[in-house]
Design a protein around this ligand. Structure first.
Ligand SMILES: [Zn+2]
Length: 295
């Protein structure tokens, strides 16, 4: 069931929240299409029941749970797909996602499940930050890079679809260490998201909120806490994998399979490059080991 958030803006709550914008002549635009064909069909049905038809998808970022439904929507409707620069490459070549997690190599079969390997999506328009006109609707594209290389949020009529720049506190409590591509960019994105003037913010997961302040605070605090822990662990020379092992034990994170382990491997690297950039860590290769040491 669509939840109305404005005259021409609504959301279909789900595992991934799917935004629906209504243009002229019942022409509708989705914001993300969810994980797969099932979520895509649900969105198409909800729009049809509201008397609309889907003609476009605005993708927030290149994670399979957000764009995995694109192919099914395009197949059924011929919708045009909009996606942010850089991330759009992953929509077209989705193997890049599990490949990136697996150090750039041919990924294990267990990393090729639904959540990490989506069906390929066409990309018709590469979006840039700033204003975008889609089906007569003015959309402000907001850069929220960090969670993915070039994630964006979409602001329409005071409703801010802010993707995964913030995760709900329940998710933070469960996974402890949130997946990140760039800690440097993500800290900037949290500031950006908090400063966006909106009446309602709709994160990619969880409930919509009137203000992002609380979620931004919780997400920022966790990132800073993990960062201090990484820095502490590097008081003696340590490998990235050693850091990951310690973090998992320290936070008693329930990571027992390849997908959840390999999602966190780049996350550790995101903290390492951030701390290195800040001059808080040095890196050296010694005795065949890649070692990190706090300054
Ligand atoms: Zn994501």
């Amino acid at each position: 069931m669509l939840v109305e958030l404005g005259d021409r803006v609504s959301v279909l709550p789900g595992g991934v929240n799917i935004g629906v914008l209504r243009g002229d002549n019942h022409r509708c635009v989705l914001i993300d299409a969810g994980l797969n064909e099932t979520s895509a069909k649900k969105a198409l049905k909800a729009v049809r029941q509201a008397g609309g038809k889907v003609v476009a998808i605005l993708t927030t970022h290149a994670h399979a749970d957000h764009f995995g439904g694109n192919a099914a929507v395009v197949k059924r409707t011929g919708a045009r797909v909009y996606a942010p620069a850089f991330d759009e490459a992953v929509l077209r070549y989705p193997l890049l996602q599990p490949m990136t997690l697996f150090a750039g190599a041919d990924p294990l079969e267990t990393l090729r499940g639904n959540f990490l390997l989506a069906d390929p999506s066409p990309v018709d328009e590469v979006v840039q930050p700033g204003s975008l006109l889609v089906e007569g609707i003015e959309v402000e594209v907001v850069t929220l890079a960090g969670h993915s290389p070039n994630q964006v949020g979409y602001l329409v009529d005071g409703v801010f679809f802010c993707a995964d720049v913030v995760l709900p506190e329940s998710v933070l409590a469960k996974y402890k260490i949130p997946y990140l591509c760039s800690v440097t960019d993500h800290l900037g994105a949290l500031d950006t998201a908090e400063a966006v003037a909106c009446q309602v913010a709709v994160p990619g997961h969880g409930e919509q909120v009137e203000s992002l302040a609380g979620l931004v605070r919780a997400n920022r605090a966790l990132v800073l806490e993990v960062m201090e822990r990484v820095s502490f662990l590097a008081r003696e020379p340590v490998t990235a994998e050693g850091i990951l092992t310690d973090l998992l034990n320290y936070y008693a994170a329930a990571v027992t399979d390849a997908p959840s382990f390999y999602l966190l491997q780049p996350t550790v690297y995101a903290f390492l490059s951030h701390l290195h950039r800040q001059g808080r860590l040095t890196h050296e290769v010694r005795h065949g080991q890649s070692l990190w040491v706090a300054c």
